[in-house]
Write a protein that binds this ligand. Structure first.
Ligand code: MD6
Ligand code: FE
Length: 217
């Protein structure tokens, strides 16, 4: 008798909430292409820690690709066509990553996804993301496609009001979440990253979120 081949990539979609679909391991099959693409991007626009309007610094380091990059400073949050560190345009979203994000959206039922922004978050030990919702984009009818690489994290999933109860689930290397529809403005966050050693990313977690920042569905 021969055992079936182990296929970590092939898993059925899980429904997290109305409009939110978790594609476990969707990016795992091409993990090296994802990692190489992020490494090439951060050589053009480096990871940096941004300030938030209150004056504190984020614990996560970020960079961007695409026509628009999400930035934060004492003036607030917004999308910028240029990298404030260099005054140059952000690097383009690599074609393979763009295709994969569009394919993930399609697998979750959204056929017209055309991201013009990709925000990349880098977590090191203890870095976290406070409860927030993504509301700087022009068109909330477009979903966001989120790709997790490296160490696992505990993801916090709330409701449409900040005080709603919070569910927790673990996102691991290669997991992709597509969320839109009634979930598009759900409050969410990430618990402080626990120490660990990932075979490809060491002590880090990377998250890429593909958005339609200015473009509309
Ligand atoms: C993270 N993600 O996974 C943070 N926002 O590191 C987000 O804040 C996020 O995953 C909007 C849509 C999808 C996300
Ligand atoms: Fe978010």
């Amino acid at each position: 008798m021969s055992l079936p081949q182990f296929e970590p990539e092939a898993q059925p979609p899980e429904i997290i909430d109305e409009g939110a679909v978790l594609l476990r391991g969707f990016a795992a099959a091409s993990e090296l292409r994802w990692i190489e693409a992020v490494q090439a991007l951060q050589a053009q626009a480096s990871f940096r820690v941004m300030q938030v309007p209150g004056g504190k610094s984020m614990s996560v380091a970020i960079t961007n690709a695409g026509d628009w990059g999400w930035v934060s400073d004492l003036q607030g949050y917004r999308y910028s066509a240029v990298d404030p560190l260099t005054g140059k345009a952000w690097p383009a979203i690599p074609a393979f990553l763009h295709e994969q994000a569009v394919a993930a959206a399609a697998a979750a039922g959204c056929s017209d996804f055309a991201p013009d922004a990709c925000l990349i978050n880098r977590y090191q030990s203890g870095a976290r993301m406070g409860l927030h919702r993504d509301q700087d984009e022009a068109d909330f009818s477009a979903p966001i496609v989120s790709v997790s690489l490296g160490l696992p994290c505990t993801f916090l999933w709330g409701g449409l009001a900040r005080q709603n109860p919070i569910k927790r689930f673990v996102l691991t290397h290669g997991d992709v979440v597509v969320w839109g529809g009634p979930s598009r403005l759900v409050f969410h966050g990430v618990s402080p990253l626990k120490d660990g050693l990932h075979h490809l990313l060491g002590s880090e977690r990377w998250n890429l979120t593909f958005r339609m920042a200015k473009r509309r569905l």
